[in-house]
Design a protein around this ligand. Structure first.
Ligand SMILES: C[S@@+](CC[C@H](N)C(=O)[O-])C[C@H]1O[C@@H](n2cnc3c(N)ncnc32)[C@H](O)[C@@H]1O
Length: 292
């Protein structure tokens, strides 16, 4: 287990349960975003995302869920993701321990080959939970989106005594449309399950304030910490795989080097962008869509 850090940003290289248990104090975290392995057989560097059974996966998850609840402040918020098929286990376990405020669907389109004998998976579920439903952060005004009735169709509401235009902005509902991270996007890193910055931007703006501490126990490409840092939050990240630790050291702590290796953003093959670049993007979509 190794620890790196500077200016309010800490990265732990190690196992999430151990780091949570031995390194993170009770009631110290304002916001937790958890995007663990989904038990669907992805390869995360040296780690194989497959448990012998659903029950064993759930029992493993309950250990870090308990730890996350312990480190969350009484006013804290936690967002949890997992595969569509594993989410019922999480939901049933968590609803006895926290208040689930929203069951969010992150919906996306796919350019890859989709299922032909069943309905392909085009979404990932996210639980939005708080410790105290009477006292938690939700900065609705910081995440407003366009309300089409008012903004595009410019309709007037005649139901009141005085007719007035419909609102042009609204708080998002629980179905979120964000494209998955594709090869040609600026934010792309080499990782099989990178979450989009836009998704984390909404979560962090809504559920934390400047100076708050945001924890991500399964950091992957460190999207959470990178976005949280840009928004003026402090961060704690955990990742078990050295290959991805290096992304975090570069992306969050701005290291140029790790053990004499230069840390650089992925080099992209722009020369073949128009011919084979398209295919590469389809392949990425394919891998990402294997979540259920
Ligand atoms: C679904 S990915 C997270 C992706 C991340 N949200 C992003 O935007 O890039 C899960 C990550 O957990 C890491 N991981 C797997 N087992 C772990 C463990 N026991 N402790 C810490 N990290 C672990 C994997 O290496 C992988 O990078």
């Amino acid at each position: 287990m190794n620890k790196y850090g500077s200016n309010g940003h800490i990265i732990h290289h190690g196992d999430a349960i151990e780091v949570l248990r031995f390194e993170i104090s009770d009631a110290s975290i304002d916001l937790i975003f958890v995007d663990p392995p989904y038990n669907i057989g992805k390869k995360f560097s040296q780690f194989e995302d497959r448990w012998p059974s659903d029950t064993e996966y759930a029992n493993w998850a309950y250990e870090w869920i308990d730890e996350c609840i312990r480190v969350l402040k009484p006013t804290g918020t936690m967002y949890l993701m997992t595969s569509t098929q594993a989410m019922p286990y999480f939901d049933l376990y968590i609803r006895d321990r926290l208040t689930i405020l929203s069951r969010i669907v992150w919906s996306y389109d796919s350019s890859g080959v989709q299922a032909r004998k069943y309905y392909g998976s085009m979404y990932e579920p996210i639980l939005h939970c708080v410790k105290d439903p009477k006292s938690y952060t939700f900065n609705a005004d910081d995440i407003l989106i366009e309300a089409k009735t008012g903004a595009k169709r410019k309709l007037i509401d005649y139901r009141g005594e005085v007719p007035k235009p419909y609102n042009t902005k609204k708080v998002p509902g629980n179905v979120w449309d964000f494209p998955r991270v594709r090869y040609r996007m600026d934010e792309y890193e080499e990782h099989p399950s990178q979450k989009p910055e836009a998704l984390l931007d909404r979560i962090i703006r809504a559920s934390s304030n400047k100076g708050d501490t945001v924890l991500d126990p399964f950091s992957g490409t460190f999207t959470t910490a990178a976005v949280a840092k840009a928004l003026g939050r402090k961060t704690i990240s955990i990742e078990s795989q050295e290959e991805y630790l290096k992304i975090g050291l570069r992306r969050v702590l701005e290291f140029d080097e790790y053990q004499s290796e230069r840390l650089e953003r992925p080099k992209k093959n722009t020369k073949i962008k128009n011919a084979r670049g398209v295919k590469r993007e389809e392949l990425t979509g394919d891998l990402f869509s294997a979540n259920s």
